[in-house]
Design a protein around this ligand. Structure first.
Ligand code: ATP
Ligand code: MG
Length: 401
């Protein structure tokens, strides 16, 4: 007997009052998008739960993809049987015989949303429990924490039997919190930051600074491959490449080594903020982690943050590197992040960057540059592409090693 549908229970969105329809609508859209590769699925939903009719699609594959959709508390694969008591009994017996192990305990929990059905829930629990004893005389019934809780739901369109509850990705449906610009380097931290922001419902667009010829095609491809990994949670992500060479060369000519990092970061932030405004984003997301490197002391954050009042979400700011790494392994970005391509910040990194930059100095160095012109040229040179979930992994990487 094969699963015929998956029943989905919503996460936190069930507490969202009037906004609930919007949340449910977005979750259904995201489900359709994430599962677009399975053409036979039928996805429906109401205010309380969603259903995926499998129509013969492989349940294990659909379940694996479903675990990545934010806004789901848990879900149960279910078997659909006819509304005849003989069919229900036979299905219950077959499932329990398949699951049975020595010393096993069980319980039948019947629910009826169709009150015209000829049997009541107590009656059904007893009838079906007895049917199990008929084929498994040694099994024991247990009402509290049985090994198997066989749930039987009587609906007008059929009877649905389930016994597994699989944990969902939790969080909020991507897009329900609005849009944010993720500053995506090729490192370990920023993809994790993007994942965590999406988990709380933020739709992301990835902004990547590239400084060719100092940075290679491999570095750019790495950022795109990381973006592709993140599409597993949302369907498609806009990837925005910013030409950053002119700015990095200018900073290197006009400012002392110790301030390169602070100035570079301020330019990045100004540019991301302009792109955010053009694309109607609400926040900026980055992968800064407190104290990890010189640019991530509180003093540095203050000096860099001075250029904007836009809220900046730093999902990994209080995490240790080992905690960030374990998330990156779980979301499968780690192996891409450790590919040996340098990004623009590494290449221009001074030997001893200021950990406590002096703002008066920062302003005097910027006064030597055409800040507005540099920012405007970078913004006008951006390249935008959509990276889709269904597209095959990029194969070019091998050739570039
Ligand atoms: P990551 O592992 O994300 O690269 P990091 O520990 O290397 O972070 P930094 O290099 O100081 O830290 O960068 C801090 C943050 O600045 C990054 O997490 C990212 O959000 C942003 N950033 C750095 N370089 C780039 C880049 N080339 N393009 C876009 N954003 C960048
Ligand atoms: Mg980095």
């Amino acid at each position: 007997m094969e699963y015929s549908e998956i029943l989905i229970r919503y996460g936190e969105l069930s507490t969202k009052g009037k906004n609930k329809n919007r949340f449910v609508g977005r979750l259904l859209t995201n489900l359709r998008c994430s599962l677009a590769g399975y053409s036979r699925l039928k996805i429906t939903g109401d205010r309380d739960r969603a259903h995926i009719l499998l129509n013969g699609e492989n349940p294990a594959a659909v379940i694996a993809d479903l675990k990545k959709v934010f806004g789901i508390q848990n879900f149960s694969p279910a078997l659909k049987v006819d509304r005849q008591i003989s069919a229900i009994k036979a299905a219950v017996q077959e499932i329990m015989q398949k699951l049975y192990q020595d010393g096993m305990t069980f319980k039948i929990s019947t629910k009826r949303s169709d009150h015209d059905f000829e049997y009541g829930t107590y009656e059904l629990n007893e009838l079906l429990g007895n049917a199990v004893f008929d084929v498994l005389p040694n099994i024991k019934a247990k009402m509290k924490q049985p090994d198997v809780n066989l749930q039987v739901e009587i609906r007008s369109d059929g009877v649905f039997i389930s016994y597994e509850t699989i944990k969902g990705a939790l969080g909020l449906p991507v897009g329900t919190s609005g849009k944010g610009m993720l500053m995506l380097s090729g490192g370990i931290d920023s993809p994790v930051a993007g994942y965590l922001a999406m988990k709380r419902g933020v739709e992301i667009e990835a902004v990547h600074f590239a400084s060719p010829p100092y940075t290679s095609d491999g570095a750019l491809l790495k950022a795109k491959d990381l973006t592709h990994k993140l599409t597993a949670y949302t369907g498609g992500i806009k990837f925005i490449e910013v030409p950053f060479t002119e700015i990095q060369e200018t900073i290197r000519q006009k400012a002392p080594q110790a301030y390169l990092m602070t100035l570079t970061r301020r330019f990045m932030l100004r540019i991301v903020d302009e792109i955010r405004a053009l694309r109607r984003g609400l926040v900026i997301i980055n992968g800064e982690s407190l104290g990890q490197v010189a640019s991530q002391t509180l003093e540095s954050m203050q000096a860099i943050n001075e250029v904007t009042t836009t809220p900046i979400i730093r999902p990994v700011v209080t995490m240790d590197k080992t905690e960030i790494i374990s998330i990156s392994e779980a979301i499968d970005t780690f192996d891409i992040s450790i590919r040996p391509f340098e990004d623009c910040c590494t290449i221009f990194a001074p030997a001893s960057p200021k950990t406590k930059p002096n703002l008066a100095h920062v302003h005097s160095y910027e006064a030597r540059m055409d800040v507005d012109g540099l920012v405007a040229r970078a913004v006008s040179g951006i390249k935008i592409e959509t990276i889709k979930a269904q597209a095959a992994e990029n194969e070019e990487f091998e050739g570039l090693l």
